[in-house]
Design a protein around this ligand. Structure first.
Ligand SMILES: C[S@@+](CC[C@H](N)C(=O)[O-])C[C@H]1O[C@@H](n2cnc3c(N)ncnc32)[C@H](O)[C@@H]1O
Length: 486
């Protein structure tokens, strides 16, 4: 039973139950009153239980039972190792619940980046449970998937370091459950983004029977601790293009103290604003004092509070030169009030901030943009078949997309883990990214022995990539079980 109820309503119902309980306790002790009392207890428990979150049935897996009586250990297969010196990466074959448990001994709190691409639970044989594929007619299909994922996400969290980050690919089938699961495991406050990834073109649908077509998948991004993870953001050179205004004081002014600041007031005609064709240091940038600027910016706030109401006093098109505002070293800031009777907004004119001037003098100043949450990888998904030189039809992901995610982590020597590795696209992406930016990242790929994917697809792919540059090494491990638990 599950009840949606307000806190106040809940309190009132609990009071009523208390009264019924009191009455039943005082009544004659019969089997009937005993039964009624136990019903009341049950309702009380239900009312008091936490209501928000994902409710699902827990499903035991055979691997859990095996893990309860034995210890998983990683056994290297030297015949499959590739040794070119340099960084040593790992490929692990086995159920990932066992691989993750085994990795805990050495890698607890040491993994910087996790990318996973779990089965999407499409009901078409992509998700197996107890060696049987979960079909779309299975009433417990969502419970089985959530239960399977919860255990693995909890282990993943233990492996992440304090400034670590996890990326999880998913589609419409389980996005809702996964988001609630991740909010529970990593905490809602650590959710950084839900990326929307275009994976196919809308006009490519050949299935006319479908009313709706999914062109997007999602990538949930959580930090182990959002305060400690600082993503690499897209950057561009700080531009002076907009610093192209010059203000000339050409006539008389009056002086007044407004909002505690000394202000020179130039009526329309007593000043001139010249726009230069090219922006440069020494000129000014115009910013509208409107929207979020009036709340988060000192000049915006000053305009909103003190100058906006002055339209009636000073007239339209007035220029204000306000002392003591700005971080551009000028010592004053110009503002203009509205030019039309029906207008209310004004502009302020700022010079290049002194901190930027210093950075430019030291060799360059960067302006950072936030990371967006929509990316079009439709072309890359369309051309994925030959990537890595292996055929794999179960959700291969483009290395271009994976490089982007891995690159969000500022560490160029990050340890990257993928425990639903499939064809090991993530390992491939790590090696390519290192080649591109001179990084020293290393990877651990884990994938099941199912259909010999680990040896015939993941291993072959990683070997293809490694042999091209012969700069890095790979160790191949299987998960073995030792009697007893440690
Ligand atoms: C969607 S695919 C990942 C594809 C991968 N991102 C790529 O680009 O090739 C999911 C993979 O996880 C593997 N897998 C599913 N359950 C697993 C488990 N319990 N332990 C280890 N691997 C598992 C499947 O065999 C499959 O290869």
């Amino acid at each position: 039973m599950s009840i949606n109820i307000s806190k106040q309503n809940k309190q009132q119902l609990l009071e009523k139950l208390k009264a019924i309980k009191g009455y039943l306790k005082g009544a004659e002790k019969t089997q009937e009153t005993a039964e009624l009392l136990s019903f009341v207890d049950e309702i009380e428990r239900e009312l008091k239980s936490k209501k928000y979150g994902l409710v699902f049935e827990e499903h035991r897996e055979e691997i859990e039972e095996l893990l309860e009586r034995s210890t998983p250990v990683l056994k290297e297969d030297p015949a499959l190792s590739i040794d070119h010196g340099g960084i040593v990466n790992a490929l692990i074959e086995g159920d990932n619940l066992a691989s993750l448990t085994a990795l805990k001994t050495e890698y607890f709190g040491k993994v910087d980046v996790i990318y996973i691409d779990p089965p999407y639970n499409k009901g078409k044989g992509d998700f197996g449970y107890q060696d049987k594929y979960v079909g779309d007619e299975d009433a417990f299909r969502h419970s089985k998937w959530s239960s399977f994922m919860l255990k693995r996400l909890e282990l993943a969290k233990e492996l992440l370091c304090d400034d670590g980050v996890i990326f999880i690919s998913i589609d419409d089938n389980e996005i809702a459950s996964l988001r609630l699961l991740c909010d529970r495991v990593f905490g809602e406050k650590n959710r950084l983004s839900v990326h929307h990834i275009q994976v196919r073109y809308g006009n490519k649908s050949l299935n006319e029977k479908k009313d709706f077509q999914e062109v997007c998948e999602y990538v949930l991004i959580y930090a182990k601790n959002a305060r400690l993870f600082h993503a690499n953001k897209p950057a561009e050179e700080y531009s002076l293009d907009k610093f192209c205004y010059e203000i000339k004081e050409t006539g008389e002014y009056t002086e007044e103290v407004i909002g505690g600041r000394n202000v020179k007031i130039f009526k329309k005609g007593a000043y001139e604003i010249v726009k230069r064709p090219i922006g440069c240091l020494g000129f000014l940038k115009a910013t509208w004092a409107s929207g979020s600027v009036v709340k988060g910016n000192a000049s915006g706030k000053y305009f909103e509070t003190y100058l906006k109401p002055r339209k009636e006093i000073d007239g339209l098109g007035t220029l204000y030169k306000v002392d003591g505002i700005g971080e551009d070293g000028l010592g004053y800031r110009y503002f203009t009030g509205p030019n039309k009777a029906e207008a209310t907004q004004g502009l302020f004119y700022s010079g290049v901030p002194l901190a930027r001037v210093r950075e430019m003098a030291e060799g360059g100043s960067k302006k950072y943009r936030p990371i967006g949450n929509f990316y079009d990888f439709a072309a890359d998904f369309g051309n994925i078949r030959h990537e890595g030189g292996v055929a794999f039809n179960s959700g291969k992901k483009p290395t271009k997309m994976l490089k982007q995610f891995i690159g969000y982590h500022p560490k160029k020597d990050a340890l990257v883990l993928d425990f639903f590795a499939g064809s090991a696209s993530t390992g491939h992406a790590v090696l390519d990214l290192n080649d591109e930016d001179g990084g020293n990242r290393r990877f651990i790929m884990c994938t099941s022995a199912e259909q010999n994917i680990c040896r015939e697809v993941a291993y072959v792919r990683l070997k293809n990539v490694i042999e091209k540059t012969k700069k890095t090494s790979l160790k191949f491990y299987t998960v073995e079980f030792e009697e007893g638990t440690k």
